[in-house]
Design a protein. Sequence first.
Length: 116
Amino acid sequence: MTLHKLIDLCLALPDAYEDYPFGDDSGWCVIRHRINKKGFAHIYELYGRLRVNLKCDPLEADFLRQAFASVEPAYHMNKTHWNMVTPGGDVSKNELRRMIEQSYNLIKPKIKKRKR
């Protein structure tokens, strides 16, 4: 998977946009939610390989690390809540898409219930 295909996969979610907080030439792209500006996918290269950090439920994060060799604790993030995935490894495109959607759902704004 290429950098642009990974970014496009993330941008397919509603209200997602790409941001380059360290400058365009830094190599770090953060995909954020337009309303609350929270990032759900941090895309970068590490040791010559494309990586993406994705938010995850802590119990599932540990399970995924054991199930897939290409899922590790996230680089430069809270390792309890974030996983680093190396696309093109043993994680299928469908599973990667599911992980991205889950990360997105964990950060998207919550709908407040109206008081009666």
